[in-house]
Every structure is written in structure tokens, then in C-alpha cells.
Design a protein around this ligand. Structure first.
Ligand SMILES: *C/C=C(C)/C=C/C=C(C)/C=C/C1=C(C)CCCC1(C)C
Length: 251
């Protein structure tokens, strides 16, 4: 009961000031703004869900669900800010977007690592390699989008960081470990998670490519693409973990 009592006021504290702070009103034809709004609410709801569900799963899975909730919580707060930037200026909120990624993507990598630890004794090296790949990918992407380096250079170095992560989860030590002797539900969760990191994450470089490099897509589409990608990569990713956690807790 203690947890529910503390969670409710905490989530209200998070949500309420934002209503008062809105710098401008959402226009009924601002579909990018509407997507920011919808997703910020979905992230708040997912956070409450993941945190509450930690009480239902066995001890071993509680950390995974807590980290899922942290990912959606951090993203929800950033979405409030990004929504305001978009609604009041019509600009792409690049800096908030990347601060969010800089926190949530490492947390998603932590999730991977925790799942591997549930499987067997994963080495610390796996964790650090996933972190290095993440940092290279995000720092390069930010420098490109923010104009510190050439757009193509940011893209190519960022792609190399991502390729390194994919190598690790498919062919490296992490990939080999998961293939070994995990329970079926953990194995299937790991395999879905790595397809999310392949297909779901591919949406971001595609957004960058079409938004900046070909000049073919507008900033409207770039933001909608990034927003939809977040639903998959943050909320759906958490639901996969929730699914394996509840299944394994019953077993
Ligand atoms: C919740 C947010 C997530 C999962 C964000 C993921 C972001 C990426 C996978 C970004 C990748 C990029 C490249 C692979 C190339 C350079 C440009 C980036 C940063 C958009």
C-alpha cells in the first residue's frame, strides 16, 4: 500500500505543473503537436503501470520492470518539454530529444544486460561494449543534427556505433550467451528485444537520413517519425519485459 500511496502524488506532481506551464495552446490541426501530447500521456500511463506491476512479479524481475518504468518516466518529462517547444516555436526540439536519448538508450541497454544476467553470468565487458556503442551513436548524431560537424560525418559515425551494438547482440558474447541455456520465455524475449534494436531503432537513422541528408522530408515528418519510434522502442520494449517477467514469475 505504501508504494501506491507514494506513487499517486508523485505522478500528479509530475503532470499538473505541465498543464499550467503550456506556453501556447495546441491547435486542432497541429498533428505533430497532437502526437507529442498523445505520446506523453501514454508514457505517463506506462510508467504507472510498470511501477505498479513490480509488486506482482518475483524478486528477480523487479529491477527489469523498474528500469522500464524509469525509461518511460524520463521520456514522459522530456515529451512535455518537447511538446512546448514544438507548439510555441514550431522548431524541432533537438537538444531535449538527445538528452532524453542519452538517458533512456543506456537504460534500455541495462535492460538487455539484466535479461542476460537472468540467463547466466554475463560478463561486465558486454555491458561496457553496449554503452560505448550507444555513446558513439548518440554523440555523433547530436553533433550532426546540431550543426557542430558535417551532417554526413555525424550519420556515418552514428551508424558505426549502432552497427557495433548490433554485432554485440547478434554475433558477440551477448548473442552467444542468450543462444545457450535460457528458459524459453527469456530466450524469446531476448530475441524480440534484439529485433526491436534492429528494426525499431532503424527508424531513427531513417528519419535523420530523410530529414537532413536528402532534404526530402520536412521537420514535421522527422518529429512524427521519431515520436512513433519512441512508442515502439520505449513502451513496447517495456511490455515485452513485463510479459516475460509475469510469465516467468508464475512458472
Ligand atoms: C528511446 C529512444 C531510442 C531507443 C533512441 C534511439 C536512437 C537511435 C537508434 C539513433 C540512431 C542514429 C543513428 C544510427 C545514426 C546517426 C543518427 C542517429 C543518432 C539518429
Amino acid at each position: 500500500m505504501f508504494k501506491i500511496k507514494t506513487l499517486l502524488p508523485a505522478s500528479l506532481l509530475l503532470v499538473l505543473p505541465q498543464f499550467a506551464n503550456a506556453a501556447a495552446n495546441l491547435e486542432s490541426n497541429d498533428f505533430v503537436g497532437i502526437s507529442f501530447w498523445l505520446i506523453s500521456m501514454a508514457l505517463v500511463a506506462s510508467t504507472a503501470f510498470f511501477f505498479l506491476e513490480t509488486q506482482r512479479v518475483s524478486a528477480k524481475w523487479k529491477t527489469s520492470l523498474t528500469v522500464s518504468g524509469l525509461v518511460t518516466l524520463v521520456a514522459a518529462v522530456h515529451y512535455f518539454y518537447m511538446r512546448d517547444v514544438w507548439i510555441s516555436t514550431g522548431d524541432t526540439p533537438t537538444v531535449y530529444r538527445y538528452i532524453d536519448w542519452l538517458i533512456t538508450v543506456p537504460l534500455l541497454m541495462v535492460e538487455f544486460y539484466i535479461i542476460l544476467r537472468a540467463v547466466g553470468n554475463a560478463s561486465g565487458g558486454i555491458f561496457w561494449r553496449l554503452m560505448i556503442g550507444t555513446l558513439v551513436m548518440l554523440v555523433a548524431g547530436y553533433m550532426g543534427e546540431a550543426g557542430y560537424i558535417n551532417l554526413w560525418a555525424g550519420f556515418i559515425v552514428g551508424m558505426a556505433g549502432w552497427a557495433y551494438i548490433l554485432y554485440e547482440v547478434f554475433a558477440g558474447e551477448a548473442g552467444k550467451m542468450a543462444a545457450d541455456k535460457a528458459p524459453a520465455s527469456v530466450q524469446s524475449a531476448f530475441s524480440t528485444m534484439r529485433w526491436i534494436v534492429t528494426i525499431g531503432w532503424a527508424i531513427y537513422p531513417l528519419g535523420y537520413f530523410f530529414g537532413y541528408l536528402t532534404g526530402g522530408a520536412s521537420m514535421e515528418s522527422l518529429n512524427v517519425i521519431y515520436n512513433l519510434a519512441d512508442v515502439l522502442n520505449k513502451i513496447a520494449f517495456g511490455v515485452i519485459i513485463w510479459n516475460v517477467a509475469t510469465t516467468e514469475s508464475k512458472a
